[in-house]
Structures are given as C-alpha cells and as structure tokens.
Design a protein around this ligand. Sequence first.
Ligand code: KIV
Length: 294
Amino acid sequence: MYGSHRDGDGTARAALRRRITAPELRCRKGREPITMVTAYDFTMARLLDDAGIDVLLVGDSLGMVVQGHDNTLPVTLDEICYHTRCVARGARYAHVVGDLPFMSYQVSPQQAVESAGKLVKEGLASSVKLEGGADVAEHVARIVRCGIPVMGHVGLTPQSVHALGGFKVQGKSRSAAKRIIADAIALTEAGVYAIVLEAMPAELAAQITEAVGVPTIGIGAGPDCDGQVLVSYDLFGMNIGHAPKFAKAYANVGDTMRDAAKSFAAEVRARSFPAPEHCYASDPIAPKAKLVAV
Ligand code: KIV
C-alpha cells in the first residue's frame, strides 16, 4: 500500500495516493522501514515528496542550516509555524511533522498543548515532535488527549546542548543506557506514535527498538531502528563546515550550486548570458520607432 504512491505512472494504483497518517506510520513497526527527511520550504518538500519520502520533519535544525545559528535554541514557535506551512503546501503525500522548539513546551503540559495546537492549526502540521523522556511524558499525554499525534525524541536531544556539554553521543554507559530505555518506554506509555533515537550506540538503539511497541526512527543510532532520518542539507551534501559521522551525503549539491553560480557569474561578465533564447522579441508588426513614441 505504501509503495503505491511511488509508481508515478498515472495508473489506478497511483490514483490511490493520499497523505500518510500517524496511525499508518505506527503500524509500520516490524514491516516496512520508515523514511524521514527534514524540509523547511515548499520546493524542498515537493522534491522529497516526489521521491516518495514518507515523513517530512520541519526540524528545529532549521536554526542551524537555514538561520546559521550554532545550535537550535534560538528558533521560535512562529518560525517553525511559518516553515511548516511552506512544507505542508509542498507535501502532497508525505506526513508533515512540526518540531516544537526550545521553551515552547517544557514549561508545563498546558504550554505544550497550546504550542502543539498552534503548530497544527496555523502551521498545518499533521503531528508534532518534542524532545525528552519521562520528564515530558505528561506533556505528551495531554497533547495526545487533544487529538494531536506526537513523535518523541531521546538520546542526543539538541535542545539540551548546554546541559549535555555539547552535541555528544548519549547512552554509552550502562546507567545512561538504562535511563534512555526508561525514557523511551515512558514516552510510549504516554502515547507517542514513533520515537526518534539520536546519536547513541547501535546496540542500545536495537534494544530500545525491541522494547517499545512504536517505530523507532534513528539518526546516528545504527541499522536496527524501524526507520531512518537525515537532515536534508546533510543528505544532499550542502554542509557548511563539519558534518556529523552519521550524516551520509547522497549527493554533492553544495559543490554543484557553487559551480553553477560561478558559471553564471562568468557568463554575465563575458556578456554571453543572456543568449538570444533567453530574450523576448517584440511584436514583429510593431515597429521599434512606434514603441519609442509610446
Ligand atoms: O531538528 C531536527 O532536524 C531533528 C532531527 C535531527 C531528528 O530533530
């Protein structure tokens, strides 16, 4: 069923295409792996949607790759709402997840409900994601009770970068691993439909995947998760500076963009662009002199 929208051939199967829902994603556990990629604008969303990506995450990583901050903390709920609206317009079939940014939900379950509601109502997200484990379980439960599906996120939680002492792999010690497993279980009991596992040993991610009844979506968490997510700028090879070990680049779009811009500049300087095929002709029956007179 999920593959039906990848035919792209106008057949009856392709006509069955419709937006993927949170309950469908939840049912994918142990069946078909989930593909998730971050998107921040209409065009990127449409291209990823055309490629058959299941989930578009409007991540607060936009603070780093779009806005140029060192971390995700400055991102506001209004900014996530704006980008989620752009992505929702581009996504025809992919499930769109809006990421709740730092301090838009941690304060109280009520604040979490209000922020999640805004992201669905104004941002047009189909579900929301938030970071944390047992500490935010009540927040998750309250959002879910309002009818908004929630995706969890444990392991390296970038909104806690200062408390963690940097963007570091989590769960390496036995006690830290036990805490992350307990967090994933608490989120599941609170009602999440999926959990992102970020930057942790592959064995720990495999253990969590085994322990919880909802799909795990890994990023730097090894091959045994129920799905994988990448930041689109990493996937396309558009990094400025350091890329994490887990960020596989499937293309070199950054270099392609630089080369294209250099070619454009060279042609403008050589006056070879625009060529005749890029120019509009005037109406052949309207003499030039008349145009000037008008
Ligand atoms: O903000 C983001 O892009 C994320 C992914 C790394 C999972 O949370």
